[in-house]
Design a protein around this ligand. Structure first.
Ligand code: 5GP
Length: 175
């Protein structure tokens, strides 16, 4: 397997963003690095090649960065999972709780055919709420979840515990 550990030197940590007390892991500094971006996509691709993936789903907004590059490598389609009221055709919507208030995600109803094998990607796994909502959307449409892929996992938040029945890949871990 590809060793992504050296990429940690390319991830910028920004204290107090977007709120005081939050340490934000900024991936833009990996994305702009030629070898760094290639290594991330290669590592995802190596893991999912041969697993008969039909669709890669990317979660708005940073899942839109990795998802299409991975889909291209897998000869799979790409499906955007979006914030409410962005998608033009009929959608399924799932609402989920945040620290303060709620948020929601949508997918086009015809984006997944029953039984299609789906990988969902996002940049970072924190509490897992965002991914859990997306998993629920895929289940509503009858997709088969072949994997959940993250560039970064914040292990101490234990988001992974929400996904025990799934194949969870995180390329980098922070504790
Ligand atoms: P969760 O729903 O797992 O608590 O939060 C994960 C979502 O919030 C992901 O969509 C991710 O893009 C965003 N997120 C939360 N914290 C960070 C962070 O430190 N860095 C980045 N890049 N995204 C974050």
């Amino acid at each position: 397997p590809i060793n992504c550990e050296p990429l940690k030197t390319l991830i910028r940590t920004v204290p107090d963003f977007p709120k005081p007390g939050i340490l934000f892991y900024d991936i833009t500094t990996v994305l702009k690095d030629k070898a760094g971006f290639a290594t991330l996509i290669d590592a995802f691709a190596q893991y999912y090649i041969g697993k008969e993936i039909d669709l890669v789903l990317g979660i708005e907004a940073r899942g839109f960065i990795f998802g299409p590059a991975l889909a291209y490598r897998l000869n799979a389609g790409f499906v955007p999972v979006r914030k409410p009221k962005k998608l033009p055709a009929p959608t399924a919507r799932v609402t989920y709780d945040l620290e303060y208030g709620t948020d929601a995600l949508e997918i086009h109803l015809d984006a997944i055919q029953p039984g299609e094998r789906v990988v969902i990607v996002d940049d970072l796994l924190a509490t897992g709420g965002t991914m859990q909502a997306t998993v629920e959307l895929v289940r509503q449409l009858g997709g088969e979840i072949a994997g959940l892929g993250f560039a970064i996992e914040l292990d101490f938040l234990k988001g992974r515990e929400k996904f025990q029945q799934y194949d969870v890949l995180s390329l980098l871990h922070y504790d």
